[in-house]
Design a binder for this molecule. Sequence first.
Ligand code: SF4
Length: 300
Amino acid sequence: MNELQKRIIELKHEKNALILAHYYQSLDIQAVADHVCDSFELAKRAGASEEKLLVMCGVRFMAESAKILSPEKTVLLPVPDAGCPMADMIKPEDVRRLKHEYPDAAVVCYVNSSAAVKAESDICCTSSSAEKIVRSLPNKKIIFIPDCNLGAYIASKVPEKEIILYEGHCPIHNTVREKDVLAAKKAHPNAQVLAHPECRPEVLKYADYIGSTSGILEAAEKSHAHEFIIGTEVTIAEKLSAQFSEKKFYPMTGEFLCPDMKKISLPNLLSSLENMEHEIILDKDEMDKARSSLEKMVNI
Ligand code: SF4
C-alpha cells in the first residue's frame, strides 16, 4: 500500500466510514474499498451497513441508489461530476411521454438511471435481473429504459412480451462493433468471448457467455478455458489477469474504458473523506418514489 492508501484507510477508521467501489474503479481504489461489487450490490451493501458515512467510488447514479436505500446515511461521491452518460440520456419527461403513449405498458428501468427517472418508473432492474423482472410483470407491453442494447437482448430472451425500446446506450459498450469482436477472435482464436449485454446485438451474437459484470467474473473463474476476450470495461480484464495468472484475458478492444469511472482517484477520495466533500442530496418525494421501484426489484 502507498502512503495515500494508508492515510485513506486510517481516516476511514477514524470516521467510521464505509468505502464502496464499483468493479470498473481502478485497482488502487479497489484496494482501499470495503466492498467491490456491481452497482446494485453496492446499493444493497450501503443499506445493510452499520456505518453512517458512505463514500461511493463509482458514478452518480450509484451514489444516488445508495442514498435512496439508506436515506438516513451521509453518502459522498468524491467527484461530483462523475456521471454516467447513459443515465443522462433520459429525463423524467421522456418517461412521462412514453407512459402517455403506451398507457397499458409497465416501465422497467435499468439501475443505470437517475433517481428522478427511477421515480417515474414502475420497477428497476439490473442486467442480471432484467429478464426475470420482465417475465414477472403481468403487462404484455414493457417500456424498457434507458439502454436499447440491454432491452433488445431481453426482448430476444422473452419473445412473448412486446418490448418498447428507448434510444439510450452506454457510449463505452456501444462503441464496440462486429469488426472489433471479429478482430479479437482472429487474434485469439481459442479464447471464449464473455460480453456484457450493454454491447450491441452485432457483438453479442459472437459471445459464448452474456451476463453482468459479476456474471462475467464468475464465468471466467469457473470456466475450464484458458483464454478469454472480455467484452466489458477494461478494468475487468485487468482484475481477472491479476486474480488468475494461469489464464489469459484480453479486452475486446483498447477503447473499452469508462472515463467517468476513472474520475475517482486516491487524492480526490482522500479529500472527500477529509473534508466531507460532495454529499448526495435528493428530494424526499423523489427518493420515496425511486425507493419503491428499487424495492420492488429486490422483492422479485
Ligand atoms: S461504463 Fe457505460 S454504463 Fe457504465 S458508468 Fe460508464 S458510461 Fe455508464
